[in-house]
Ligand binder design. Structure first.
Ligand SMILES: *[C@@H]1O[C@H](CO)[C@@H](O)[C@H](O)[C@H]1NC(C)=O
Ligand SMILES: *[C@@H]1O[C@H](CO)[C@@H](O)[C@H](O)[C@H]1NC(C)=O
Length: 291
């Protein structure tokens, strides 16, 4: 940029040039000078604007010697006070609450926790939605503090391992098919009913059915016949009094010789037998059946 003009001198000749008065004049003049000043001015303005912007950014971003705004850089890492919003996934190794507070995961939509295998396929899912909580897994288990399974569900069965299963709803429990249990018992001081309101009820036990009422009576009511049938055994009515209060009494009708009548006789051990009725009692004649 610097314009230099030299006096060219050749040996032996001295030529006076008209430009000679400008010799050794070094500098920038005219429009170049103005351009330079303009440039320097522009630079100054840019510098000032830059400085101002830096100050503004520092102020807006709340820069401080320890960090930026609510973000503090500590020896252990970062500490962010105030709300933070991540619009895209946040990858962390562990999420913990602070020592003195609980941890809350909150959403107006579903909250989903997924377990994935190495291929990235979901192998287990817990979804808390506004209308339901859904667990998708091969097995769902609730354990006690000691590790005892309290409730286990898989495709095969649901196991309730608690000491007691209590159904408190007024409608009780409904089983579509059979209930297998060695004992059905009422609560203490409650009555137990076995009921089939519109159909029949049958009790079936090949090795015996025992009905006991140690401090009460047993009553069987039926609109139709009551039949006790034993193929090999006998029917024992073991009571001091046996009554048949509504037994129909025979009336004297036209006697026919072909009509055979019997009387009921009783052995000492309570066995009943029939004996052909005569003028007098005939029980003795047929009492060999008692032997
Ligand atoms: C929340 O979960 C339910 C049940 O899986 C699903 O039907 C519903 O579409 C989900 N809602 C959103 C917003 O993803
Ligand atoms: C993962 O899921 C994809 C899509 O459902 C399926 O094609 C693939 O076989 C799965 N991989 C495994 C290992 O189950």
């Amino acid at each position: 940029m610097v314009r230099e003009q030299y006096a060219t001198t050749t040996e032996g000749t001295t030529i006076e040039r008209p430009e000679n008065k400008y010799v050794y004049k070094i500098g920038i003049y005219g429009w170049r000078k103005r351009c330079l000043y303009l440039f320097v001015l522009l630079l100054l303005i840019i510098l000032l604007v830059n400085f101002g912007l830096t100050i503004w950014i520092l102020k807006v971003m709340w820069f401080s010697p320890t960090g930026m705004g609510h973000l503090r850089v500590t020896n252990d890492g970062l500490r962010l006070e105030g709300e933070s919003e991540f619009l895209f996934p946040l990858y962390v190794k562990e999420i913990r609450s602070r020592v003195d507070s609980s941890l809350l995961l909150q959403s107006t939509q579903n909250v989903t926790v997924n377990a994935r295998n190495s291929e990235g396929n979901v192998t287990g899912r817990l979804k808390v939605g506004p209308k339901m909580v859904e667990v998708q897994s091969q097995q769902f288990q609730i354990k006690s503090k000691e590790g005892k399974p309290l409730f286990t569900v898989d495709e095969e069965e649901a196991v309730v391992g608690t000491g007691r299963l209590r159904v408190t709803g007024p409608e009780g429990a409904i089983f579509e098919h059979s209930v297998e249990t060695p004992l059905v018992r009422a609560d203490p001081f409650q009555e137990l009913r076995l009921e089939s309101p519109t159909r029949s009820l049958s009790m079936d036990a090949p090795k015996g059915v025992h009905i006991k009422a140690h401090a009460g009576k047993i009553e069987a009511l039926s609109q139709m016949d009551i039949t006790f049938h034993s193929s090999d055994g006998m029917l024992v009515l073991d009571a001091e009094t046996v009554r048949l209060p509504k037994l129909v009494q025979g009336t004297q009708g036209p006697a026919s010789s072909s009509q055979r009548l019997y009387e009921i006789c009783v052995c000492p051990d309570g066995k009943l037998y029939l004996s052909v009725a005569g003028v007098d009692t005939t029980c003795h004649e047929n009492s060999h059946i008692c032997l």
